[in-house]
Write a protein that binds this ligand. Structure first.
Ligand SMILES: C[S@@+](CC[C@H](N)C(=O)[O-])C[C@H]1O[C@@H](n2cnc3c(N)ncnc32)[C@H](O)[C@@H]1O
Length: 289
C-alpha cells in the first residue's frame, strides 16, 4: 500500500473502531469473548510469561491471558483505536489487573525491544493490517526463543463480505459493496485478506518467510449466540461489518437490516436464541531463532 493510501485506510479503520468501542462486545451477542478464550487456550501462556496482544480491542484475549500469566507475568495490550484502549484500561482498573498495560499503538509499528515477549496474540486484528506479512516479520523478532504467536482470522470466501460467516451468502448482495470506498473495493479486499490468509499453504509459506516455524493452521467453529435477529444486526454495527453499514445509503441500509432480521429470526427456534457455528481460522507458530 502506498504511504498516503495506508494513512487514509488506517484513519478510516481507527474511526470505525473508535466509534464501535463503547458497545463493542457488550451487546448481548457472544462471539469475540469465547473466540478470545479459545485463542488463549491454544497459546497456553504459562505463569510468569510476557504477552503482547496486538489489536486487543476491549481485551477478549488480553484478560484471559493476563489471568494465566499471573502476578509474575505481564500482559501488554496495544490498539490503534484510543477508545478501545480506554475501555480496556477501565476494565483492568475495575477488575484489579496489576499486570496489564494498555497502549495506543499501531500494531504494524510496535515500539518494543527485540525478544521482549513470550507470546504474541492477535484476535481478528492482524487481518486488518495494510501489510500483515511484513508485521509478522517484526513479531518474529519481538518473540523470545521459546515464544509463540497465535492469531485468528475469519475463514474467507469470495461470496460474502469478509466479516460475515458463509451462512450469509446471498443475504448481502455483492452489488451493495459498490458503496464502499476504494480501500474496501472487492479487489482491495482480496489483496489485503485473501492473498495471504485464504489458502492454508500460502499462509504457511507466508509465516515461514516471516521467520516462523511449526506453523499450524486449524479451522474450528466458534458458537455465536444472539438473543434475536435484531440483536445480531445491532451487534454487526460494532464489528468489522460496521465498515459496510457506514457507507450504505439510508434506504439500502434499511432494506438490508429488514432482510437480515427476517432471515435470522426464521433460522432461530421459536422463543430461543439464535446460534451460529462461525468458522474461525486459528494460526499458531514459533519463531525460527
Ligand atoms: C475485530 S476487533 C478485535 C479486538 C479484540 N482482539 C477481540 O478479539 O475482541 C479488531 C481490533 O484491531 C484493531 N486494529 C486494527 N488495525 C490495527 C493496527 N494497525 N494496529 C493496532 N490495532 C489495530 C482495531 O482497532 C480493533 O480494536
Amino acid at each position: 500500500m502506498r504511504p498516503a493510501t495506508e494513512t487514509s485506510y488506517k484513519a478510516g479503520l481507527t474511526a470505525v473502531f473508535d466509534r464501535a468501542a463503547p458497545t463493542y462486545d457488550r451487546m448481548g451477542v457472544e462471539f469475540f469473548t469465547p473466540m478470545g478464550r479459545r485463542l488463549v487456550e491454544r497459546a497456553a501462556p504459562a505463569p510468569g510469561e510476557r504477552i503482547l496482544d496486538v489489536g486487543c480491542g476491549r481485551g477478549a484475549s488480553l484478560f484471559p491471558a493476563a489471568a494465566r500469566v499471573g502476578a509474575h507475568g505481564h500482559a501488554t495490550g496495544i490498539d490503534i483505536a484510543e477508545a478501545m484502549i480506554e475501555q480496556a484500561a477501565e476494565q483492568a482498573e475495575r477488575e484489579g489487573f496489576d499486570n496489564v498495560e494498555l497502549l495506543v499503538m499501531d500494531g504494524e509499528r510496535p515500539d518494543f525491544p527485540e525478544r521482549s515477549f513470550d507470546v504474541v496474540l492477535g484476535g481478528y486484528s492482524i487481518i486488518f493490517f495494510s501489510d500483515a506479512p511484513s508485521a509478522l516479520t517484526t513479531y518474529a523478532r519481538l518473540l523470545s526463543g521459546s515464544g509463540r504467536i497465535a492469531f485468528t482470522s475469519p475463514v474467507f470466501s469470495d461470496d460474502v463480505f469478509p466479516f460475515l460467516p458463509p451462512m450469509f451468502t446471498g443475504l448481502v448482495p455483492q452489488s451493495l459493496l459498490r458503496h464502499l470506498p476504494s480501500d474496501w473495493a472487492p479487489e482491495r479486499i482480496r489483496e489485503r485478506f485473501h492473498s495471504w490468509l485464504a489458502d492454508p499453504d500460502v499462509l504457511e509459506a507466508t509465516m515461514g518467510r516471516a521467520g516462523f516455524t511449526d506453523v499450524e493452521v486449524e479451522d474450528e467453529t466458534v458458537e455465536l449466540t444472539a438473543p434475536s435477529g435484531t440483536a445480531w444486526v445491532d451487534w454487526s454495527h460494532t464489528q468489522g461489518m460496521r465498515v459496510l453499514w457506514q457507507h450504505l445509503p439510508e434506504e439500502e441500509a434499511a432494506a438490508l437490516r429488514a432482510r437480515l432480521i427476517s432471515a435470522l429470526d426464521a433460522a432461530r427456534p421459536e422463543g430461543r436464541p439464535l446460534t451460529m457455528d462461525v468458522p474461525v481460522r486459528f494460526v499458531t507458530a514459533r519463531p525460527r531463532h
